[in-house]
Design a protein around this ligand. Structure first.
Ligand SMILES: *[C@@H]1O[C@H](CO)[C@@H](O)[C@H](O)[C@H]1NC(C)=O
Ligand SMILES: *[C@@H]1O[C@H](CO)[C@@H](O)[C@H](O)[C@H]1NC(C)=O
Ligand SMILES: *[C@@H]1O[C@H](CO)[C@@H](O)[C@H](O)[C@H]1NC(C)=O
Ligand SMILES: *[C@@H]1O[C@H](CO)[C@@H](O)[C@H](O)[C@H]1NC(C)=O
Ligand SMILES: *[C@@H]1O[C@H](CO)[C@@H](O)[C@H](O)[C@H]1NC(C)=O
Ligand SMILES: *[C@@H]1O[C@H](CO)[C@@H](O)[C@H](O)[C@H]1NC(C)=O
Ligand SMILES: *[C@@H]1O[C@H](CO)[C@@H](O)[C@H](O)[C@H]1NC(C)=O
Length: 432
């Protein structure tokens, strides 16, 4: 498959390991119909549910103890207008600016997540900014993490606008963003590293959407490890990049691959790379001497291509969330989503155990199943793309405004819950 690169990337010479937002629509699966695997999510493969986000027990009986699994619930129709629009927020990049690029339906903007056990409070920008005053927050990973950062920029813009200070920190201001909120002494940024581990191109013909890459799965990528110690709150996530053809290296030696189709190289599948990359990333965080941050894993964000692969005209045209009636499992169609989720949760649990011993806080933002319910939330073909003839639809990222704003409601809730508990306060002082 041939491809073109946007001029800015070619000019920057960044295309070797960094593809554009467009090129991340990599779901090389035939997802003919994605149906909801609720039953499977709760099958025996699922580890015992654990409220890792908010299982806060207070030592002080006077404090009202919040104990609510905010990730178990449902999408409820909500007539209220979204928090912002393409007119009120100027941080929405074209690829996710569905309103600007003519998406005709509006229903997808009118759903709120309702946890079974409690209310998820509305996003309050003042509250958020007060909590993060004097702190630094980074999204580590790929463009879906950046998608959440841009949602946060919009959600906060009612109250405060930051200065874009990216150029002070990186020569690569397309991929490494840094914003400074002067009013709150708050830094928000992203550290671009879609694999968390060192990677390079392996195809002599260069980098394309689906060209083979080398992954040194036991070597954390310095692009983020060299900077992450400066941050107090780190949200890590990754996903679609692991479906590419990949060669896996350990201790510098080729150990296997994903879809490489080389005779004597074992296909270990994308799950091997995904597992090892998370293991390496978590170990890096736990072993960095000066890292004192609170770490959030935002779990795998599912894509919703229907009627074809990502590169074979697959689309996401739905205008409503899946209903309970639609929660049927289409044979194998979503199995990979569950495998990705379970794989990272296993690594997370082990990492959390180790981190806890070191006094580090590792929390999980369990969004996979929640977002599986939102096939209506993607740009499809309503994000601007420089070359419409690519016939690629974006069923990976999320429209802004859109359901991804919910992730920041979770983030606020989790930060708030931690901060409000006497139990955590001494720890927080040290951690932050
Ligand atoms: C994640 O949330 C789903 C429901 O959305 C639940 O079934 C699952 O047990 C949760 N996983 C963890 C590890 O909390
Ligand atoms: C909190 O309540 C529990 C039982 O309700 C009691 O055993 C415990 O001593 C109380 N703790 C404090 C600090 O009052
Ligand atoms: C916002 O979207 C509308 C269409 O919904 C469009 O007419 C308008 O030009 C857009 N505004 C901006 C600033 O992008
Ligand atoms: C938002 O939070 C601020 C600060 O905590 C509070 O004063 C304000 O009342 C909140 N706004 C709403 C609408 O709840
Ligand atoms: C701003 O926050 C940083 C930590 O992120 C701190 O070192 C610095 O003293 C703060 N500045 C002011 C003016 O409070
Ligand atoms: C495959 O095996 C052959 C014969 O053992 C060897 O010459 C060749 O280098 C191997 N290829 C790779 C990619 O390891
Ligand atoms: C896109 O394809 C159409 C029809 O195949 C062609 O007329 C048009 O020139 C192409 N546009 C670009 C930008 O390549």
């Amino acid at each position: 498959m041939t491809m073109k690169f946007p001029a800015n990337e070619v000019l920057n010479g960044k295309y070797t390991t960094r593809t554009t937002a467009k090129s991340v629509f990599l779901v090389p699966f035939t997802l003919l119909l994605i149906m909801l695997p609720l039953s499977l999510m709760r099958s025996s493969r699922e580890p015992t549910p654990e409220i890792s986000s908010v299982s806060v027990s207070s030592l002080d009986n006077n404090t009202e103890v919040k104990q609510c699994n905010i990730f178990s619930g449902r999408w409820m129709h909500n007539p209220a207008a979204p928090y912002y629009s393409n007119e009120t927020c100027h941080w929405i990049i074209d690829q996710q600016n569905c309103l600007k690029f003519g998406r005709p339906d509006r229903e997808y903007l009118h759903w709120r997540w309702k946890p079974d056990e409690c209310e998820l409070p509305l996003f309050n920008a003042t509250r958020f900014l007060n909590l993060v005053r004097g702190k630094k927050m980074a999204f580590v990973g790929d463009s879906v993490g950046r998608n959440q950062m841009q949602s946060l920029l919009c959600l906060l813009s009612h109250v405060s606008e930051p200065e874009d200070v990216s150029h002070k920190y990186s020569s690569d201001v397309v991929y490494f963003k840094r914003y400074f909120y002067h009013d709150y002494n708050f830094t928000l940024g992203n550290l671009w590293s879609p694999y968390f581990v060192r990677s390079s191109d392996a195809d002599p013909r260069g980098h394309t959407y689906n060209s083979i890459m080398k992954l040194y799965v036991d070597e954390a990528d310095e692009a983020w490890t060299s900077l992450v110690e400066n941050f107090d709150i780190v949200i890590i996530s990754s996903g679609q990049w692991f479906f590419r053809p990949l060669l896996f290296y350990e201790e510098g030696k080729l150990v296997g691959c994903n879809k490489c189709r080389i005779d004597n190289v074992t296909d270990l599948t994308y799950l091997y790379g995904y597992k090892k990359a998370f293991r390496t990333a978590f170990r890096a965080l736990s072993s960095l001497e000066n890292y004192k941050g609170v770490t959030f894993l935002r779990t795998f964000s599912p894509a919703h291509f229907e009627n074809g692969d990502w590169n074979k005209g697959g689309r996401c045209v739905r205008t409503m969330p899946f209903t309970k009636q639609e929660m049927r499992l289409e044979d194998g169609a979503v199995e990979y989503i569950l495998e990705m989720y379970v794989t990272q949760v296993e690594e997370f649990r082990e990492a959390q155990r180790v981190a806890t011993k070191r006094g580090l806080e590792f929390l999980m933002m369990n969004t996979t199943e929640i977002m599986l319910l939102r096939p209506d939330g993607h740009p499809n073909n309503y994000g601007y793309s420089k070359d419409k003839n690519m016939t690629l639809n974006d069923c990976v990222h999320w429209c802004l405004p859109g359901p991804v704003d919910t992730w920041n409601e979770f983030l606020l809730y989790m930060l708030d819950t931690m901060g409000s508990e006497a139990f955590f306060s001494s720890k927080l002082e040290r951690v932050f």
